[in-house]
Design a protein around this ligand. Structure first.
Ligand SMILES: [Fe+2]
Ligand SMILES: [Fe+2]
Length: 284
């Protein structure tokens, strides 16, 4: 994922203003919830097909747990307490046991948008001269660096799955359209709180920037059409395919993989190939 970032042109929050504290509390509460659900990636160990995937999910679970702690420390530094998550964040953070949707929607797209918010909004808009800013930015940079790794994994796996099953492409495109349509709802309530705030009044432009970035990301991954956006009817058809895949994924049973593949994954000949060579199992 490449990004030029969004420029808030010097607009910043004030840690001591009541209205700004309420906005930051809202934003940080969504981040805290996202990190708590991020820990569920540990569940993906059960369906990991390769040792590489198993290593990734163990590492990711540790990182998400540490992000949860880092955000808790940011709340404490600012003397804030978390509030319940927004419904859009709950929808976007829902765990999916169907692996192709998990890597696309959670890692490539979902964590990609999380990174936009952490890197473009939070890192840029904290008050410049407040003594609490430096320690908060330091924590956010650690989180951003690790979220970049999670997005990179999602993109790598999405490419691999699309090469293996190209028929996933139209449904993936439809789901991207759906996520783009949902994104403005997450910030709509926030803008209403303080429409003239120097940071918040730039949110519509920021959302448009994120939508364009996600569009280009989908094109780079190969499932979003190059050139002009497809017609409304074509988009509707793709969204239908995406929703069908999403509905089917809800009934997907998580099935274990490594207990069937560990011998090959560890670099030994697969048992079915050993049958072709009767001496392959001998110790001499
Ligand atoms: Fe995280
Ligand atoms: Fe993450």
């Amino acid at each position: 994922m490449t990004t030029d970032g969004f420029n808030f042109e010097g607009a910043r929050f004030d840690f001591d203003a009541a209205q700004d504290r309420a906005i930051l509390r809202f934003v940080l509460s969504q981040a805290l919830f996202g990190e708590a659900t991020g820990v569920y990636c540990g569940r993906s160990l059960y369906t990991a097909e390769t040792l590489e995937a198993a290593h990734f999910y163990v590492k990711q679970a540790r990182q998400e747990l540490s992000h949860l702690q880092l955000f808790a420390e940011i709340f404490r530094t600012l003397g804030l307490t978390p509030e319940p998550p927004h419904w859009v964040i709950k929808v976007l953070a829902a765990h999916n046991d169907y692996y192709p949707l998990k890597v696309l929607m959670e890692h490539a797209l979902g964590e990609g948008m999380v990174l936009d918010i952490f890197r473009d909004v939070l890192l840029q808009t904290l008050p410049e001269h407040d003594p609490r800013t430096a320690s908060i930015q330091k924590k956010l940079r650690v989180v951003c660096k690790e979220e970049e790794e999670h997005v990179a994994w999602g993109e790598k796996e999405t490419r691999r799955l699309l090469a293996k099953t190209p028929a996933l492409g139209p449904a993936f495109y439809g789901l991207l359209e759906l996520q783009l349509a949902l994104a403005p709802y997450a910030v709509r309530g926030l803008q209403a709180r303080a429409p003239n705030h120097p940071v918040l009044k730039q949110l519509p432009a920021f959302v448009a920037h994120v939508q364009q970035r996600v569009w280009r990301q989908g094109q780079a991954l190969g499932f979003v059409p190059l050139g002009a956006r497809p017609s409304l009817a074509a988009r509707g058809g793709a969204v239908g395919k995406g929703l069908l895949l999403l509905a089917r994924s809800k009934f997907a049973r998580a099935t274990s993989k490594l207990d069937h593949r560990y011998i090959e994954e560890l670099g030994f000949p697969a048992p079915d190939k050993q049958h072709a060579r009767p001496d392959a199992g001998a110790s001499r």
